[in-house]
Design a protein around this ligand. Structure first.
Ligand SMILES: [Zn+2]
Length: 367
């Protein structure tokens, strides 16, 4: 028997509690934001369920590393401006948050996250250490607001290797992921902005939101090279030869969901890339994209890994499934081609991506 979907009243209560939790001034570090974000993202990247959803603590550790990887780097004026001060932004009211120290230490020898992930031993060590911090610090303190604990997300039971989201919570985080992400990012930015010891760094004017949550641009040029060979130099969307600089395009737009995984990229010309903007591509593009990933996904994955881009096909397709379902439910348009040709999201999109997701999980995978 499956659990019932939350009622509208329960949905509002969930959002209200989330908002209160984020507004609570008792946070001493940004860990709680990272934890909420990690949980919300995990719900989108797993299959939809109304049941309780277990999330391993090591998985949360991995997500923390990914979230803080950009943020642990020095913040300051870029190469084109005068460098006044460069340094790590403080993410704790006291001494710097431990996770940022652990991550920065690793970055001294391994600047690219994907490079670290390829070194199985070093990667296991870092995510394990970070998972221990997650367990010790925010995990069993998260749901306390104004001194009162309300376990609306998961029971806080120390000494387990996972948490188990309450039935309905994963479903709610999927439904309201856009909103949750915005609330979390705004609260996170504000926390960093008001710490007096960040004032000097922040006065240099680099855009804080982009620094904290923007796409990792470094790997994109090399991803574009891999895709250029695969697509024979043609644009994924209009199939014309790419004349100018090719763009590594996030098929599911970054603004919809920040998915920097290899299978989410296609190569496009500037015109299509700029025209597509924040739309999801229409059914015909979706069908070709799913097909490409099922057929050539492994080869692309192997080629992109040394280029600094990790891949995970089932997660990529779970995100696509989430995005297309949301757009279909809200009657949003999908993008057909340049000069703003659009059509309403079709039910077919959901079937295409569901079929792809099934095939991807059935296919043999590496452990
Ligand atoms: Zn094109």
């Amino acid at each position: 028997m499956s659990a019932a979907a939350p009622t509208p009243g329960e949905e509002l209560e969930f959002l209200g509690r989330l908002r209160l939790l984020l507004a609570d001034g008792a946070f001493v570090s940004t860990y709680k934001f990272a934890l909420l974000r990690a949980i919300a993202d995990e719900c989108v990247e797993r299959a939809e369920t109304l049941e309780a959803l277990p999330i391993g603590i090591e998985r949360l550790g991995e997500r923390f590393v990914a979230l803080y990887w950009r943020q642990a780097k020095p913040y300051g004026v870029g190469a084109d401006g005068p460098t006044v001060v460069q340094g790590q932004l403080l993410q704790n009211t006291g001494a710097q948050a431990g996770v940022l120290k652990l991550v920065a230490e690793e970055q001294r020898s391994t600047p690219l996250l994907s490079e670290l992930q390829r070194d199985a031993r070093a990667w296991r060590k870092l995510k394990g250490s970070v998972a221990q911090v997650v367990k010790r610090m925010p995990l069993y303190k998260l749901q306390t607001v104004a001194g009162k604990k309300v376990e609306f997300l998961y029971p806080e039971r120390p000494a387990e290797d996972h948490i188990s989201l309450n039935p309905g919570v994963a479903w709610l985080f999927r439904k309201y992921h856009d909103l949750a992400r915005d609330l979390i990012e705004v609260a996170w930015i504000r926390f960093i902005q008001v710490l007096p010891r960040n004032a000097q760094l922040l006065s240099q004017g680099r855009e804080l939101g982009e620094f904290l949550f923007g796409a990792e641009r470094k790997a994109l040029a090399r991803v574009a090279e891999v895709l250029h060979a695969h697509q024979g130099g043609r644009c994924f969307y209009c199939d014309r030869p790419i004349l100018g600089a090719p763009h590594a395009d996030h098929f599911i737009p970054w603004s919809r969901y920040p998915l920097d995984l290899g299978h989410n990229f296609v190569l496009s010309d500037a015109a299509c890339n700029l025209d597509k903007r924040t739309w999801l591509p229409a059914a015909a593009h979706l069908s070709r994209w799913v097909e490409r990933n099922l057929i050539a996904g492994r080869a692309l994955q192997d080629a992109m890994m040394p280029a600094g881009m990790a891949s995970h096909l089932p997660r990529t397709l779970a995100v696509a499934q989430w995005a297309y379902s949301a757009d279909f439910a809200s009657g949003a348009a999908t993008w057909l081609g340049r000069t703003r040709r659009i059509e309403p999201a079709r039910p077919e999109c959901i079937m295409i991506v569901a079929r792809g997701a099934r095939s991807a999980t059935e296919a043999p995978r590496r452990p």
